[in-house]
Write a protein that binds this ligand. Structure first.
Ligand code: COA
Length: 335
């Protein structure tokens, strides 16, 4: 059986910086509240007319990852695209990437697992590599949140948190037994689906119904989040799934060289850091600059950490995610 390794990483974020003060001009919020509760100072939003979309940003990140993997588009056997904000309701973003990158008719798979999307995608890629079916897989996490948020005071508890961006990784076959993706661990609990969700347009809330009802409150085509419930579940699940990954590999928290938590909220990351007694240089956070970019957050953070020289050969890197679904997962990687 083969092992899979991350052979190239890249990310792209739109140039347009939106600070907390910028948001306070659109809704009743302020820098102090946002920083204190979430750690976020600013985020990136696509600007109308800048040419970006979820797929376009994904392609920009993917091209960097490919170049760093020293591969071309012709070497890629499969595209896996994770997003909750595809350009179109259907088809998903994977086929758009295949077209925009002018790739041959390779398969394109879309993963709908929100904040856990990248870890789920990595796990799928890992299985295809391990069985020998594919050699190189392009995994992309990309989100265009800004186009779908309620940017009024009504939506402030959600809108201040999320940002736009994309991250990509090339997953390649490796012959090494002790390097690469050691294991991945995935979970879900659909009983809490509605606690962090966007209900319409969907077959439950289809367009004619939305137009007819046009409710003033709880508009189903804006995301809804039960913030405190999400927070409480997140801290428990993050810890559980990191422990599960460590135990599966006979490792302990002291073995972790770098933890890259999904950038949900700085307070959640700090809580997890404390639980595992990790020093500051063993956890990477960049939510301060980008907000929560959902499926893109782990590949963006992983790329930045690697670019900054914070991940070295032989390091034990742990990825962990939790989000809407609820879904959660971890990946244990020997770099
Ligand atoms: C969203 C979150 C920051 C809210 O913090 P909180 O301490 O739970 O705050 P609450 O929702 O209880 O709201 C407290 C007050 O702030 C207000 N408020 C909400 N959003 C606000 C904003 N952007 N600016 C100012 N005030 C705001 C509320 O209306 C409420 O006012 P009230 O007390 O007068 O009713 C927090 O619940 C959280 O981080 N949850 C996890 C979210 C997350 O990680 N999501 C991603 C998962 S992948």
């Amino acid at each position: 059986m083969y092992t899979s390794k991350i052979s190239g990483l890249g990310y792209y974020v739109p140039e347009n910086i939106v600070t907390n003060d910028d948001l306070s001009k659109m809704m009743d919020t302020n820098d102090e509240w946002i920083q204190e509760r979430t750690g976020i100072k600013e985020r990136r939003h696509i600007k109308k007319g800048d040419g970006n979309s979820t797929s376009v940003m994904g392609v920009k990140a993917a091209k960097i990852a490919l170049e760093r993997a020293k591969l071309t588009k012709n070497d890629i056997d499969l595209i896996i695209f994770a997003t909750l904000s595809p350009d179109m309701y259907f088809p998903g973003g994977g086929v758009r990437v295949q077209d925009m990158m002018d790739m041959s008719t390779i398969p394109a798979l879309d993963v709908r697992n929100q904040c856990s999307g990248f870890v789920y995608s990595l796990s799928v890629a890992d299985q295809f590599i391990k069985t020998g079916m594919y050699k190189n897989i392009l995994v992309i996490g990309s989100e265009n949140h800004s186009g779908g948020l309620d940017m009024t005071t009504r939506g402030r508890a959600v809108s201040v948190i999320f940002g736009d961006g994309a991250g990509a990784a090339v997953i390649s076959r490796s012959e090494s037994k002790d390097r690469g993706i050691l294991s991945t661990h995935l979970h879900s609990e659909g009983a809490h689906a509605k606690e962090l969700s966007l209900e319409g347009p969907s077959t439950e809330h289809w367009v004619p119904e939305l137009i007819e009802e046009n409710p003033k409150e709880n508009i189903p085509y804006f995301p809804y989040m039960n913030g405190q419930f999400v927070f409480k579940n997140a801290v428990v699940r993050f810890s559980e799934v990191i422990n599960e990954g460590l135990q599966a590999n006979n490792l302990s928290a002291t073995d972790i060289d770098m933890l890259i938590p999904h950038q949900a909220n700085l307070r959640i990351s700090q809580f997890v850091q404390k639980q595992f007694k990790l020093q500051d240089d063993k956890v990477y956070n960049n939510i301060q600059k980008y907000g929560n970019t959902t499926a893109a957050s782990i590949p963006i953070a992983l790329t930045e950490a690697w670019e900054e020289g914070k991940i070295k050969e032989g390091d034990l890197v742990v990825l962990a995610a939790f989000g809407s679904g609820f879904t959660w997962g971890s990946a244990i990687i020997r770099w």
